[in-house]
Design a protein around this ligand. Structure first.
Ligand SMILES: [Zn+2]
Length: 304
């Protein structure tokens, strides 16, 4: 039986909020089977719980932000959600002391390290996957995202920036997780932004925590970070990291082929909402025999 997973023990970290520039404390706790990923704003009195689910993603301007009916926000969840997806973690309570998850180094790697430090524990209920049965697509002008039936998990994304720093590298990447490791090939890819955007955002009181330590920053010609890029195609790899995190807000791993062009958080969320609203397009599946699981999921780390 493939079982649901949580953490072996609680663990915490401190970082900076990308938009507020404030110090944020993040604490992760094991949570019961079938509880999903729940964020808890402990800076509010009383604390407020916000469950990660597609219907609560109500702000996608700069990141994927959960917003409850009462207006309680948890922002920049996509890199943390991506790490949970990469390690196959189903249930977790995430305490956070601000309206956004800390940006860390702009990738999911610090979260992977943290989760692996805490260890991963099997639970007593079967893991539920979502198997896509029919194509689902969202199109807006020349941008699109889609899910197709596939016995595994693949992500194929392309971006289109006519800019010297981007033209030097492939702007299209396909990763088949049957052959490639999320931790090695995706988790380290950092978020990126243009210098003129950074300046504009700061003038609007946003991106106050942003610096060369937590984003790739590009001017009119070059990457400004002295250490350069972690992968030649780090930009599009980060878009894959984001998409994996955005898709995991559905609460289950997808057995599907995901693809997109010039897409982002808003379209990823629209795709999930369309999938859920089309009952014939998907089904829940569990696996009694681990050998029946598509090989894309064999790469999840062993439970220690
Ligand atoms: Zn991102």
């Amino acid at each position: 039986m493939i079982l649901q997973r949580t953490l072996g023990q609680p663990i915490s970290a401190t970082g900076v909020g990308l938009h507020s520039g404030e110090r944020v404390r993040l604490a992760l706790y094991p949570a019961p089977a079938d509880s999903g990923i729940v964020f808890r704003r402990t800076d509010l009195q009383p604390a407020v719980d916000v469950r990660a689910e597609p219907s609560l993603v109500n702000d996608t301007r700069l990141s994927s932000t959960l917003v409850t009916d009462a207006g309680v926000r948890v922002g920049t969840i996509e890199h943390l959600m991506s790490a949970f997806a990469g390690l196959g973690i189903d249930n977790l309570l995430v305490e956070v002391t601000a309206a956004e998850i800390p940006i860390m180094d702009g990738s999911a790697a610090p979260f992977i390290y943290l989760l692996q430090e805490a260890g991963i524990a099997d639970q007593d209920k079967p893991k539920r996957f979502i198997r896509v049965r029919e194509p689902v697509e969202v199109v807006e002008g020349d941008k699109w995202v889609r899910l197709d039936p596939h016995d595994g998990f693949t992500v194929e994304l392309s971006i289109e920036f006519n800019h010297p720093a981007f033209n030097r590298a492939p702007q299209k990447v396909k990763i088949d997780f049957a052959d490639h490791s999320y931790v090695d090939e995706i988790s380290r890819a950092r978020t990126f932004g243009f210098m003129h955007e950074v300046e504009y955002m700061k003038s609007q009181g946003l991106g106050l925590g942003g610096n060369l330590g937590n984003a790739i920053v590009i001017d009119d010609e070059y990457v400004l970070n002295p250490e350069g890029l972690r992968f030649p195609d780090e930009f599009v790899r980060h878009k894959i990291l984001d998409a994996i995190g955005d898709l995991y807000i559905v609460g289950h791993p997808l057995i599907a082929a995901f693809s997109g062009h010039k897409s982002g958080h808003a379209m990823n969320n629209a795709l999930l909402r369309k999938l859920l609203a089309t009952p014939s397009a998907w089904e829940y599946v569990s696996f009694k025999d681990p050998l029946d699981v598509p090989s894309s999921f064999h790469r999840l780390p062993e439970v220690r």
